[in-house]
Design a protein around this ligand. Structure first.
Ligand code: CIZ
Length: 324
């Protein structure tokens, strides 16, 4: 029995190595017309093979500013992340073909607000400025005044005149954090949440802290208030990477999705990183793998389609954020 398992494991690892080599060969033969982007929460093997890894905004910006030898129309951008990230890349790169290895990799947080629900909220609050977290559909972005990410949400809200009411969608934890940081008590916060980050509780953090008493605790603002109140730093994934690089601390408890550990460890080989809880795994982020990445490179699909009118309206909300 044990022998069979080990033969199967060997078979599996040699076939995934074969797929990895084939992807590398495809990258080489299509250099200049193919860009593989991976979000910080992707599987290690995807991050390892990608041309660039970052948070959702960094990915979209990288793709938009990438100077391609090929014509933009001949360019294929593979977005290894969840669907809204691929939509954002498509919005910022209207002339390129954007594909995603697994098109069912949705985001439950993004799905918690729909176009209809946002329209209703706007109707109830005429004149309010709609601030939308990038973790949202292209349709919701198109109905918004300005987007934000977890790293610039405070700045974005601070840029809105104080006499304006604010609607913040869809993340209640990020909204609550921003409201406290900016003292904007007139914020209407949608009751959405990221199931992965929201699962982390104070008890999990206490356990991690007692197991690693010298470690610094970094928490993502999508975590609950009780968790953020226990953090030494509240930061986005790019913020955490910066803190890990610059902090004199040697040990860190990481309060965000498990995929970030790949870069944290790779960029700081002499430091130690502990996931705050084994619960911090997003099943959607893990849907892209070497097998479906390989398949999508061969077929140049599934293509991420955003209707042109939605694209241009959503682009305005993203550009408003970039201007801040
Ligand atoms: O904006 C992103 O990429 C997400 C989802 C989290 C982060 O903090 O990077």
């Amino acid at each position: 029995m044990a022998e069979n398992t080990s033969v199967n494991n060997n078979d599996n690892s040699s076939s995934s190595e074969k797929i990895r080599q084939e992807i590398l060969a495809l990258k080489k033969s299509r250099r200049g017309s193919l860009l593989i982007l991976a979000h910080n929460y992707q599987l290690d093997e995807i991050q390892e093979i990608a041309d660039f890894t970052g948070d959702s905004l960094e990915l979209a910006r990288y793709a938009a500013s990438y100077h391609v030898p090929a014509r933009k129309e001949d360019m294929v951008i593979v977005l290894c992340g969840v669907y809204f990230m691929a939509e954002t890349a498509a919005i910022l790169n209207p002339d390129s073909r954007v594909i995603i290895p697994d098109e069912t990799s949705g985001c439950p947080l993004a799905d918690m607000i729909t176009d209809d629900k946002l329209l209703e909220l706007k109707k109830q609050n005429p004149g309010a400025v709609v601030v939308t977290y990038v973790n949202s559909s292209a349709g919701v972005k198109a109905l918004s005044d300005i987007c934000c990410t977890s790293s610039n949400a405070v700045k974005v809200v601070e840029s809105i005149p104080r006499d304006k009411k604010i609607i913040f969608v869809p993340d209640r934890n990020l909204g609550d954090y921003v409201k406290r940081r900016t003292a904007r008590h007139d914020m209407i916060i949608w009751d959405g949440f990221c199931p992965t980050h929201d699962r982390l509780g104070a008890g999990d953090v206490m356990e991690a802290k007692s197991a690693h008493p010298s470690a610094v605790f970094m928490a993502h603002p999508e975590c609950r208030r009780e968790v953020l109140d226990m953090a030494d730093f509240v930061a986005s994934t790019s913020g955490m990477l910066k803190i890990a690089r610059e902090s004199p601390s040697e040990e860190f408890i990481v309060g965000t999705e498990s995929g970030l550990l790949y870069r944290l460890k790779k960029e700081n080989p002499h430091k130690r990183f502990y996931l705050a809880s084994p619960k911090l795994v997003c099943p959607n982020m893990k849907k892209n793998n070497l097998i479906n990445l390989h398949r999508s490179l061969i077929s140049n699909s599934p293509v991420v389609k955003v209707p042109p009118d939605i694209k241009s309206k959503a682009r305005k909300a993203i550009d408003a954020m970039l201007a801040v």
